[in-house]
Structure formats: structure tokens, C-alpha cells
Design a protein around this ligand. Structure first.
Ligand code: SAH
Length: 339
């Protein structure tokens, strides 16, 4: 088993099970996540026999960085996993900190029409250690501290729910990487039962919904998942989430030229979200060579923005990152695989 996939509670239980004191788990976390050693032998305050046992039961292993591209305030990584699969992560430098966009699956089965990741079907889920490693590797490579994590890379987090929740537990631990829950954002295309489950967890983690259309007809054309979970069902789940957690929800809305960027769409969107503790993030579309959609021009984005504002919807336009480094999730992986 990979040690980076163990929550602190699991490690504590492990030590109790082998007849050791559970605080040893905190020591091991300290070595792994504060001191960042890469071998058990370096854990100098851990007894030799315990080290031997740890070596028997765990490995300390991270993927390999095989490509890296950088642009203004953005670094994009391609990792090779131990089984030869590839995933990506993107580090964005903001004025408020460094945010890492993490992948959760190898490929994606959601099949959104505009998305590069979904062109390659899911091969498998990432385990928690493979998600944790993305943070460790980028921090190590750039010599900086990641303050924010967004689960918006390749994959659908709620299609890999248990591993994702474990990952969040591990990086949120104050004894480990210690990324505050409010600095972690999970993005979903709208897997309704998991939105309820997530709400019941009552974490302080942020939830973002990839909406991209204000009605079923258009949304079903863009996102296959809408044929399974209709907009009404998604909105009902969101209301439940807001009731339970008292937290504001983000709606992501990619601006696609001539598709979902009309005034009518803006008004419909405003009506859909009216009165909800939510805000809309308008996202400039990252064009990719394999897919025909074009990005909406800036004037039109601002018109759309103004309509939402006038209707008292909180709205921001996402800063554009990395079009020069193929930052649309999935692009690097696809090119690595020659697809
Ligand atoms: N599956 C999850 C998380 C990964 S996608 C989800 O759907 O939310 C992260 C976000 O990037 C989603 O809002 C997705 O719709 C958006 N996205 C996908 N392709 C994009 C592109 N080419 N340009 C801009 N955003 C894109």
C-alpha cells in the first residue's frame, strides 16, 4: 500500500493494531508532509523495528513528472503513474496564493461535448495517494507552497467519491499538508446522489457545479449527464446542500460562442439562480484543436455579466490561464497518447 493514501486515523489504527502507540502516526505524517522525506530510513525518531514493519506494509512512492510547460503565472504538469497511465495538474499563481488543479481519474466518462478530457474514456480512478502526490510533486518541483486545491482536472470527482473524500481528509489534516477546507473546491458535472451525500458530510469544502446552460434542452446537448440528472434535480440537490451546510455554491458557466451566450440565456440563468446563496463564475472557453466550439468574445461576456449583475446575481469572470500551455484539462494527456 502507498503510504500517501493513508489518512491519519487509518495510520493511528495501524499503529494500534501492531501494538504501538498511536502518536507514531503523527510522527510519520510529520516526516512525510512537513519534512518531506522520501524513505522510511530517514525517519530518525522512529524505532528500527517499527521502520522495518513500515517497510513491509507500505511503500513511499510518487508518480514521475514527465512533461512540464509554463506560461504567465501557470505551470502545467504531466505525470506518469506507476502503471504507465498519464494525468495532469495545473498550478496557477493568484494574488491570494497558489492554486493547484488536480486530476481525479485517468480519463473521464462524463462525455461533455466541449471537454478535452472526456474524449478519452475513463481507464480507472485515481487512488488517494495519486491525488496527494500531485500536490507534493508540484510543491517540490517549484519550491513553493500550494494554498488552494481545486478538483477540476481530468475526471469527475463524484464518480470517484470515496477516494476523493479520503484525499480531502489527508490534505486537510493539520498534521499533514494542512490545506484548509475552505481552500479546497470540488467541482462536479452534477451527480445528484453524491451532492446529497456530500451535503450530509457537512465539510467546509467548497462545492462548484458545472452548469454551462440554463435549461435542460441546451444542457442535455452539451452534457450527457443531464440526461440522467435533470436541471430540476440538480437544483433541488443544491438547495439541500445550501440548507445543510450554509455554504455558498459556485456555478461554473463556460461561455461558448453562439451556443449558450445569448441575452436570453443570461436572463434564464438569472431566473434559475435567483434568491440562491450562489455565485456564477463565467469561464472563457479554452479552445482545443479537436473540438469545434469557440470562445465568446469579451464584449459579449461582459454583456452577459451585466445582465446577471442587474438581476442581482453574484458573478465573476474567471481569469484566463494558460491557453499558451494547452491548459484545457486533458490536452497534454491526449497529446502524450497521440490522440
Ligand atoms: N468533472 C468535473 C471536474 C472537472 S472539469 C466537472 O465537470 O465539474 C472542471 C471544469 O472545467 C468544468 O467546469 C468543466 O466544464 C470545465 N472545462 C472543461 N473543458 C474546458 C475548456 N476547454 N475550457 C474551459 N473550461 C473547461
Amino acid at each position: 500500500m502507498n503510504i500517501y493514501g493513508e489518512t491519519l486515523e487509518q495510520l493511528e489504527k495501524y499503529f494500534e493494531d501492531i501494538g504501538e502507540k498511536k502518536f507514531k502516526a503523527i510522527q510519520v505524517y510529520d516526516w512525510l508532509y512537513k519534512k518531506r522525506v522520501n524513505s522510511f530510513d530517514e525517519m530518525s525518531n522512529v524505532k528500527k523495528d517499527v521502520i522495518l514493519k513500515l517497510k513491509e506494509d507500505f511503500k513511499i512512492d510518487k508518480p514521475t513528472i514527465i512533461r512540464k510547460q509554463s506560461g504567465k503565472d501557470v505551470y502545467k504538469y504531466l505525470f506518469e503513474l506507476s502503471d504507465g497511465n498519464f494525468v495532469e495538474a495545473v498550478l496557477m499563481v493568484h494574488d491570494y496564493g497558489n492554486s493547484l488543479c488536480v486530476s481525479t481519474q485517468v480519463g473521464c466518462n462524463m462525455g461533455c461535448a466541449f471537454c478535452e478530457s472526456g474524449r478519452l474514456k475513463k481507464r480507472r480512478d485515481l487512488d488517494a495517494s495519486e491525488m496527494v502526490s500531485q500536490i507534493l510533486l508540484v510543491e517540490e518541483d517549484l519550491g513553493l507552497r500550494i494554498s488552494h486545491v481545486v478538483l477540476m482536472g481530468i475526471g469527475e470527482p463524484f464518480d470517484n467519491y470515496d477516494n476523493v473524500m479520503k484525499f480531502i481528509n489527508i490534505i486537510n489534516s493539520g498534521k499533514g499538508i494542512d490545506i484548509g477546507a475552505r481552500h479546497i473546491t470540488v467541482s462536479t458535472c452534477g451527480i445528484v446522489p453524491k451532492i446529497y451525500e456530500f451535503a450530509d458530510n457537512k465539510l467546509q469544502v467548497n462545492l462548484a457545479i458545472s452548469l454551462h446552460a440554463p435549461n435542460d434542452e441546451l444542457r442535455s446537448k452539451l452534457m450527457k449527464i443531464n440526461k440522467v440528472y435533470k436541471l430540476d434535480d440538480v437544483m433541488e440537490a443544491i438547495k439541500y446542500y445550501i440548507d445543510k451546510t450554509n455554504r455558498r455554491v459556485t456555478f461554473e458557466y463556460i461561455m461558448l460562442k453562439g451556443i449558450n451566450d445569448s441575452k436570453e440565456c443570461a436572463i434564464e440563468l438569472a431566473n434559475l439562480l435567483k434568491g440562491l446563496n450562489a455565485y456564477v463564475n463565467l469561464i472563457p472557453y479554452n479552445e482545443t484543436s479537436h473540438i469545434d466550439f469557440k470562445k465568446t468574445n469579451n464584449d459579449r461576456v461582459m454583456e452577459f455579466y451585466d445582465i446577471l449583475k442587474k438581476n442581482k446575481i453574484n458573478v465573476t469572470v474567471r481569469r484566463e490561464f494558460g491557453s499558451e500551455v494547452s491548459a484545457a484539462c486533458g490536452q497534454l494527456r491526449a497529446s502524450q497518447e497521440g490522440k
